[in-house]
Design a binder for this molecule. Sequence first.
Ligand code: AHR
Length: 507
Amino acid sequence: MSDATVIVNADIPGPRISRHVYGHFAEHLGACIYGGFWVGEDSPVPNVGGIRADVVEALRELSIPNLRWPGGCFADEYHWQDGIGPREERPRMVNTHWGNVEENNHFGTHEFLALCEQLGTEPYVVGNVGSGTVREMSEWVEYLTRSGSSPMVDLRRENGRDEPWRVPFWGLGNEPWGGGGNMRPEVYADLARQYATFCKNHGDNRLYRIAAGASEDDYAWTEALMRAVADMKAAQFPSLPFEALSVHYYTIGGTWTDKGPATGFDEASYWRTIRRAQAVEPLLRRHIAVMDRYDPDREIGLVVDEWGTWWDVEPGTNPGFLFQQNTMRDALVASLHFDVFHRLAERVVMANIAQTVNVLQAMLLTDPADGTLVRTPTFHVFEMNKVHHDATSVPVHLRAPGAVRELTDGAVPTLSASASVAGGACHVSLTNTDLERSQDVTIELRGSRVGAVAGRLLAPSSVGAFNAGAHPADVAPTAVDELPVTASTVRITLPPHSFAVVRAELP
Ligand code: AHR
């Protein structure tokens, strides 16, 4: 057991934590769309208009703020007009990125927007820069968001939708430095300016256009995009070229060719994973430093629109489908990322975990054999942390000299925390990544007395614990009753490899 103090300055309001950092990502990949979200109207699996009812019901518990679609890599080979009109007449294609399987285009624009409506979430559509055209992207925006009468509006009406949808978030391609076109940053920066020019604001729909950003630590890519912003500002263009740029950062426990298994991992792989997750903070800070040089007023947002764990696929599954189990280790990776997003809330305006169902670090896993659905440990972190959606971040300082694990190649901090204030209460998220030691944490609240308190804990017996059809709740949150309090403190014991959220009312 080690003792730690977490000082929370509830009276020093920081930036708002956008609920959009709790965003999601659904790609045409493996069983994310087909089998995960979409079963079709004739399926024996209960559905609403072809969309799985149980999946929607479970995800509604997360109040998903936005959903990115159709990719990922798939976005840059997707031609949206193939996914409208009568389903049986839609052209088929090959999903060359993911498993080389046939895509029948049954899940297209109308189905995606119906899914967003059922989830109560905002669409984040990624247009095709890699193999599409400016016209194609421009017409998609018109089809989705324009009212009145125009060629695309009339086509939408023919397909059964009278009113436009509201589409706030628009991606200008995906990973153009790789699968999205193997471009140099300067080339893509120009293309982003060009494509964005023709993504119009129709009626009162306002697009938040997101340029496809860097892979991990490619700060030169961020710099090239920010130079495009600065150049257009200097030339007094009436608007910015785009409103945000993105970055992709995955957490692996080994190397890209040997990422390690999702379950049954060893301690060395565990610590490599934790280190890699912690490294997201300095990495984002460096991207932000580059952005600050060109945009000191912080007009351009940073969107981490792909993040999460990436392990070797489960044995016997299609390597192109990226299906992996999800343990308490994944949950800890998620909670560490959220602490960072909360701390950097002034610039990090949005993030999307990859991906929502059955792919990579999923919230839900569905079993094709019996149709069962399980909530993963990561799901529970998203649910427990909902209290931070749109809350005001507040500074947190750790006094935790014992919260460190000495490894042969250096020390790893084992306690992480972040906090926010909303609705007359302060919420503190706490992560203990130590594998053996509990941490006795005293939360010291500054600027207010401590009122009624409550805690929730995610603390399975092993860090490798996961949920499956036969044991769906091995990792599930529990309420922590009777936390010791004083006028200014709350105490909670964090078991090894655990995550907790403490609520303190501010009287
Ligand atoms: O999320 C899986 C893939 O990872 C995405 O399609 C791509 O953008 C990234 O390389």
